[in-house]
Design a protein around this ligand. Structure first.
Ligand code: 6PG
Length: 242
């Protein structure tokens, strides 16, 4: 079995394995008295992980060394039910002692082009660089049924190769504006972790993992870490066709 595949019986076990990975990686940086720079995705899947982190890791992860960024954001206010920041605050941030100064939300409530420029400045000034792009310690990703990741959708593959660190994208169905890290930024990270749950992802995941059929049409196919493949944390349902 591919060494970057980690398959578990249930969503809970899968999310808990990702929590353990975050603990391990954060403690490695903490031992060097260095911050742990992590970018979080939104959507439904991460909520399970965030609740586990809040309920089971509040006292073990060195939260004071954690610096939180976002992979993407919907262009809505943080009070909107679709807000990735809003979801992360409710399921994680209000329950763990991350310093406010170490939380760098994408501002979904302001003009998308202005916020993309603002977040580009945040990434430029708050993170070390690798190959000219901001370098995260770990980036947590999900994957849509259409093979999108972050908010890079199949009809905007050019965002995978943009020279910008972060840009504006558009959801192909709802036409909702999004702010998203670009593929080049994601691919500089030390670790890139996909947390993917559910049978609805199984067909696309098979094509991506086995590089078959239409894999080149899926943004998630182009994602890796700087020197190792992306790690896939999957429940049995998502992995059922591998
Ligand atoms: C977002 C996410 C997006 C998400 C996928 C999967 O803002 O929606 O960043 O990339 O990871 O759409 O979403 P689910 O976890 O809800 O299936």
């Amino acid at each position: 079995m591919n060494q970057n595949l980690h398959i578990f019986e249930t969503p809970l076990e899968t999310a808990r394995a990702v929590a353990e990975l975050i603990l391990t990686k954060a403690k490695e940086k903490n031992k060097k008295s260095l911050p742990f720079n992590i970018a979080l995705s939104g959507g439904n899947t991460p909520q399970l992980l965030f609740k586990i982190l809040a309920n089971e890791y509040a006292d073990t992860i060195p939260w004071h060394f954690i610096r939180l960024f976002w992979v993407d954001e919907r262009c809505v206010p943080p009070t909107n039910v679709e807000s990735n920041y809003g979801m992360t605050y409710e399921s994680l941030l209000k329950n763990v002692p991350v310093h406010d100064a170490n939380i760098f939300p994408i501002q979904g409530e302001i003009d998308p082009i202005s916020e993309a420029k603002h977040y580009q400045y945040i990434l430029e000034t708050q993170l070390p660089k690798r190959n000219g792009y901001p370098k995260f310690d770990l980036i947590l990703l999900g994957m849509g049924d259409d093979g999108h990741t972050a908010s890079i959708f199949p009809n905007e593959l050019e965002l995978l190769h943009s020279e910008r660190f972060v840009t504006v994208s558009t959801h192909p169905v709802s036409k909702q504006k999004r702010i998203t890290l670009t593929g080049q930024t994601i691919n500089q990270a030390d670790d890139v972790v996909f947390l993917i749950i559910g049978a609805s992802k199984a067909d696309v995941l098979k094509q991506i993992i086995q590089r078959r059929l239409n894999y080149e049409t899926f943004p998630a196919s182009y994602i890796h870490a700087q020197s190792i493949p992306a790690q896939f944390y999957l429940d049995k349902a998502a992995a059922e066709k591998l």
